[in-house]
Ligand binder design. Structure first.
Ligand code: NAD
Length: 502
């Protein structure tokens, strides 16, 4: 049995970090000044390490470092040179897949094979946005006067990014890459529960040529460190990825300082299976939609809507499938589902299953889970209506509520009967029906005979309690820039109809 604390410290050292989480400010690793935070290994439930909350002084220093570095990055360097550095970062990330994946797996409890894929995707994000660095330009607008009117797309300045614990390095890359490609400086605060891979990523980026201070990482708590950064005058926009409750607080704090925000929040996405679907594929898709990542995914297919004629068959297939899934040590290559990432989330998921049972759900769950760790067995809740608490509240665990429907109209009504609007999917062999569902279901991302496919080149985001604004693709280029309209009077006599010059 490996000593997991030693592995944590060794991997931190391999990545150039200290033995405990430290903020990275202006290229320097710095201890915080606030309350002590304990990281717990979700597989052993034993403490891994402790560190102090960054606090207001560090938050202010990070914002100031980003403000200075951003000017040089956007004004003194060509866009092509910025893109070249981002290509170098992409290669450097690929050179560090193994230690980054190990660290992510240890701290977040994610299966190592998922972590390797997510780290590789981070490299892809930097490579994708590297290509955009010198291709973002304004336009010339044919205004009805003698003016030449053109637009410039300008960086915002410093942006503050707040990320959750479920996919820490993936979300860091998802937000940092478009922000710096468009010339911004960044302060990022990962979840206090999973801060280290974000620090490691930025350290790797700095070693690959990213100017120090351009991206700063704050290791600490939301209400202290996060709040201070939101309020700092250098911060021009807040990008928040996390729960609707915290998102509301962050949006209010940003709005009271007259700062815009992007909110990427939760979901309760409908995965809709019609009787004309390939049921085997639909069942595999349904398992991937809710059980992968132990269901800790904002786009999880947490409501399985199945045509009534195949509902019972689908539940049986799902139940059989979940017994074949390998639960275990996240560091083990064979593991498909690891533990829930932290004790608070474990209590929430377990509590939701208990209350669903009390509400009358027929709970189908595999029985065997590992002896230690915050494990929740893959679970299907049957027999509940769509207005049940378990069908309306984000569980963020490997728990799916299965609900039958009679026809297309009922499937649409059920899918949209939610406070969220993040994702959805349909399984059908009828191409016309597939498009009708894509059109009718309220979702920022919709899959047809597929689930969970996302890519940095495609826009991502939601509506209602799933938030607003878009990440990734060309939409992120717009979120991280603003348009400046420039007017040049090209006529021989200026067209100003007011004023006096002697
Ligand atoms: P959370 O809202 O508890 O925390 C998210 C982040 O907010 C953390 O970094 C936390 O420290 C910070 N925070 C907390 N209070 C704050 C405050 N007052 N001011 C500033 N920052 C504060 O979310 P979580 O439990 O870490 O993550 C799970 C949630 O994230 C789920 O709801 C999930 O659906 C959502 N999520 C959404 C997306 C998306 O892209 N839509 C992606 C991943 C996760």
């Amino acid at each position: 049995m490996i000593d997991r604390t030693n592995l944590f410290v060794d991997t931190m050292q391999t990545l150039g970090l200290g033995a405990h989480p430290q903020s990275l400010i202006d290229g320097q690793l710095q201890d915080g000044t606030g309350a002590t935070i304990t990281l717990v290994d979700p597989f052993t439930e034993a403490p891994l390490t402790q560190y102090p909350d960054a606090g207001e002084t560090r938050a202010n220093a990070a914002c100031e470092a980003a403000a200075i570095a951003q000017i040089a990055w956007s004004k003194s360097m060509s866009a092509a040179a910025r893109g070249q550095i981002m290509q170098d970062i992409a290669r450097a990330v690929l050179d560090h897949v193994a230690p980054l994946a190990t660290l992510e797996s240890l701290v977040a409890g994610k299966p190592i094979r998922d972590c390797r894929i997510e780290v590789a995707k981070v490299a892809e994000m930097f490579a994708y946005y590297a290509g955009w660095a010198d291709k973002l330009h304004g336009e010339v607008i044919p205004v009805p006067s003698g003016h030449l009117n053109y637009t410039l797309r300008e960086p915002l300045g410093v942006v503050f990014q707040i990320t959750p614990w479920n996919a820490p390095i993936f979300t860091a890359g998802w937000q940092i890459a478009p922000a710096i490609a468009t010339g911004n400086g960044v302060v990022i605060k990962p979840s206090e529960l999973t801060p280290v891979t974000t620090v490691a990523l930025v350290k790797i980026a700095e070693n690959a040529g990213l100017p120090k201070g351009l991206v700063n990482v704050l290791c600490g708590l939301g209400p202290t460190t996060g709040q201070a950064a939101i309020e700092h005058k250098a911060v021009r926009k807040v990008i928040f990825v996390g729960s609707p409750e915290t998102g509301r607080r962050v949006a209010i704090a940003a709005a009271s300082a007259l700062k815009p925000a992007v909110l990427e929040l939760g979901g309760k996405s409908a995965n809709i299976v019609f009787d004309d679907a390939n049921l085997k594929h639909a069942c595999l898709g349904a398992q991937a939609a809710i059980f992968s990542g132990a269901g800790q995914s904002c786009v999880a297919g947490s409501r399985l809507l199945v045509h009534q004629s195949v509902h019972a068959q689908m539940i049986d297939m799902l139940s059989e499938g979940m017994n074949a899934i390998t639960l275990g040590d996240p560091l083990d290559d064979a593991t498909e589902i690891g533990p829930i990432s932290n004790a608070r989330q474990f209590a929430h998921v377990s509590g939701m299953i208990t209350s669903a049972r009390a509400d009358g759900a027929d709970v189908r769950s595999r029985d065997a889970t590992p002896d230690t760790g915050y494990f929740v067995a893959p679970t299907v809740l049957n027999g509940l209506k769509n207005n049940a608490n378990a069908a309306q509240t984000e569980i963020f665990g490997p728990v799916v509520t299965a609900i039958p429907f009679a026809d297309e109209q009922e499937a649409i009504a059920l899918a949209n009967d939610t406070q969220f609007g993040l994702a959805g999917a349909v399984w059908t062999s009828d191409v016309g029906r597939a498009h009708r569902m894509a059109d009718a279901v309220r979702a920022g991302t919709f899959w047809i005979n597929s689930y969970k496919a996302i890519h940095v080149s495609s826009p991502f985001g939601g509506s209602l309690n799933s938030g607003f604004g878009r990440s990734s693709g060309t939409d992120a280029l717009m979120e991280y820039t603003s348009a400046k309209s420039v007017w040049l009077d090209a006529t021989p006599i200026p067209k100003i109809a007011f004023g006096y010059v002697s």
